[in-house]
Design a protein around this ligand. Structure first.
Ligand code: B1M
Length: 218
């Protein structure tokens, strides 16, 4: 157990900006792996916060505040992650990344984007609340290898299917691989909607993206 990582998790849950950014900085200064800080620390804390929210132990304003602390800590950790960028075999591959229409959750999607960039992918981030129209336009304009869709709400997950169906009607489905993710998304759902890949977390998203563009994963 790392004391600073535990402090960072506690700070995210308590929405304590000073404690959070301080712990994130100490972890970085100590040379800790940014992927580990993000996945084993920050993502876990937000999941725990979600469970507390479900149990009525915290409320929306507190979650909004925690998300702000998350962003500030991410601003300390992500540059170190990106500095480790290894162009590698995936360098030529472009990923268009987005959170689907109706959904404003973007912390996980941003984490996926950062880890893809670190692993040599180019990433065009369309942001959150993104419509199928925008996805179609981005594919036509940028010709990506992969479209990656994140969804965090049970009410917005079906929009991943809407986008895939739209790609079919636009004659674009064979031009691009589709990867889906987000906390409520399952491998079964990904299969059902005909996605090419599903990932449970950001490091896994990198492995799946590499497989989708034909790069051997060690
Ligand atoms: Co919201 N929220 N939220 N929220 N929120 C959840 C999702 C919820 C599960 C909380 C709960 O009730 N326990 C619940 C959804 C319930 C449901 O759908 N059945 C919920 C709700 C209800 C809501 C609102 C409706 C609340 C309201 O207004 N009454 C509202 C909806 C707004 C909207 O989107 N239209 C809302 C709002 C918000 C905030 C704005 C306050 C904030 C988001 C801030 C932001 O993102 N900028 C927020 C937060 C922070 C959460 C929780 C607590 C944490 C989400 C998060 O950031 N996790 C969340 C609880 C939970 O998820 N258990 C919750 C950290 C992040 C690193 O993890 O996003 O899962 P995650 O990403 C992971 C993996 O999923 C994966 O990799 C990431 C890294 O490992 N992954 C991918 C993600 N995308 C991927 C894409 C891939 C591959 C992997 O390929 C393309």
């Amino acid at each position: 157990m790392n004391e600073d990582l535990e402090t960072l998790k506690r700070a995210l849950i308590a929405a304590d900006m000073e404690m959070g950014t301080g712990a994130a900085q100490r972890l970085i200064d100590a040379g800790q792996d940014p992927k580990w800080i993000l996945e084993d620390g920050m993502a876990v804390a937000m999941f725990d916060l979600g469970e507390m929210w479900k149990r009525g132990e915290v409320f929306l304003p507190e979650v909004v505040a925690s998300a702000e602390v998350f962003k500030a800590c991410n601003a300390i950790v992500e540059p170190v992650l990106l500095a480790k960028r290894q162009p590698g075999d995936a360098a030529a591959a472009l990923v268009v990344l987005l959170t689907v229409k109706g959904d404003l959750h973007d912390l996980g999607k941003n984490m996926v984007g950062a880890m893809l960039r670190t692993s040599g992918f180019e990433v065009l981030d369309l942001g959150k609340d993104v419509s199928a129209d925008k996805v179609v336009a981005a594919i036509r304009e940028h010709n990506p290898a992969i479209v990656g869709m994140s969804a965090l709400l049970t009410t917005t997950v079906p929009y991943q299917q809407t986008v895939i169906e739209r790609l079919v009607t636009e004659g674009l489905r064979d031009a691009v691989k589709v990867m889906v993710g987000g906390a409520p998304v399952t491998p079964e759902w990904a299969d059902r909607i005909g996605a090419d890949g599903y990932a449970n977390n950001a490091p896994e998203a990198v492995d799946i993206a590499k497989k989708l563009v034909g790069v051997t994963v060690a």
